[in-house]
Design a protein. Sequence first.
Length: 158
Amino acid sequence: MITLVIAGILLGLGVPAMQSFEQNNRITSQANNLVSALQITRSEAIRSGSRTTICSSDDGLSCSASNDWSTGWMVFADGSTAGTKDSTDTIIQVWSSLSGDSTLSGSASNIQYLGTGYQATASTLSFILTRPYCSGDQIRTITVNPQGRPYTKTHTCP
């Protein structure tokens, strides 16, 4: 009986901690996926010496022109109309929608990198990644500075 009571107490303490651990790992992984995509976009622009764009995309074939990046995003060599995926543009990589009901909203629907690696808009852009029933420090802000470098910051849930 004592063993069962001790096992019950340990499970009662361990399960919530494990759930929080899993949620923290998921939100960190999702933030890292976006940062990787931004770095790939910037690297491809520098490598090719031409404009490369990352945009929100819900189908992996076209830009959705939405600031909701939860549905996914894609990177493409942007040779025609700036910021728009045209038939002549080459898709480099596509990321699918976020799992676990996470939301990712950006201050823009796309980010264009010039061949220098700088953003075309030369302004600071940001994304907010959060989860429903957020607890602890499960909010991430991904900021892209005018030079095109992304960085992540952790915030405490309200």
